[in-house]
Ligand binder design. Structure first.
Ligand SMILES: Cc1cc2nc3c(=O)[nH]c(=O)nc-3n(C[C@H](O)[C@H](O)[C@H](O)COP(=O)(O)O)c2cc1C
Length: 220
């Protein structure tokens, strides 16, 4: 599976089976996470065989079952968009490895000793992951026209929009917008809502994979 196929396959999954993740895949994930941390100057950490974060009542209300692995998305302050962008890069890699996942903002308990948060850093969210017997289902989506503005958009731009519309967003809000401001310049914006800057980073990553990096640059 490549990244484009992973975008089509990925859905949030909240119930995990007890199947152990092979050491080979864990090593791949460790290396991939280290690479992302270097590239984005982040402190994402794999937390394995830790069942306390999702064993409380809150997690049950959140419909989470059998979570024992997660990625702690730790980074410096005001890095929301980067946390979304690089976090989704990891999520798609999990999908490529045949693992299910779900971004989680609320329904988990912070377990102090499970990961490191240095001074000047914070835990933004976690991504639960593991094997599952179900693959989730497609979310309800806004129409292309609601999230884009462009006159005579080229095919690569529409491919980017379609990929962005498949991205996970908090409460499935999809409050992002992509505008074609020049033949190869794209402006990405979001309206003000909880987690909307993280969602924007996630959607930008999907857009980039769908549209192809070689076709455009994001406008500042
Ligand atoms: C930033 C963010 C935070 C999220 N927080 C939660 C959460 O706390 N609990 C939960 O069950 N799902 C959470 N989700 C998952 C979304 O509900 C899910 O991505 C959305 O409904 C779209 O569904 P899909 O991921 O299957 O495409 C979160 C997603 C994102 C991107």
């Amino acid at each position: 599976m490549n990244e484009k196929e992973a975008i089509l396959h990925r859905h949030s999954v909240r119930a995990y089976s007890g199947r152990k993740i092979e050491e080979e895949k864990l090593n791949d994930l460790r290396a991939f996470t280290a690479c992302i941390n270097r590239e984005g100057n982040l402190s994402f950490q794999l937390v394995l065989d830790e069942e306390k974060a999702f064993s409380s009542l809150t997690a049950h209300y959140g419909r989470f079952r059998g979570v024992r692995n997660y990625i702690a998305l730790v980074a410096g302050k005001d890095r929301d968009e980067d946390v979304g962008y690089y976090g989704e890069k990891l999520v798609l890699h999990l999908t490529e490895l045949g693992l299910s996942s779900c971004w989680v903002a609320l329904t988990f308990k912070k377990i102090k000793d499970a990961y490191r948060v240095n001074s000047g850093e914070k835990l933004y969210l976690v991504v639960a992951f593991g094997y599952s017997d179900n693959t989730g289902s497609a979310h309800k989506s806004r129409a292309r026209e609601e999230v884009m503005s462009a006159q005579n958009p080229p095919a690569w731009f529409l491919d980017g929009i379609d990929a962005a519309l498949l991205a996970p967003t908090a409460m499935n809000q999809q409050k992002f917008r992509f505008s074609l401001t020049d033949s190869n310049k794209v402006k990405a914006e979001c309206s003000f809502a909880p987690y909307s800057r993280i969602d924007l980073g996630i959607a930008k990553y999907h857009f980039e994979v769908g549209a192809g990096k070689e076709n455009f640059t994001f406008a500042e």
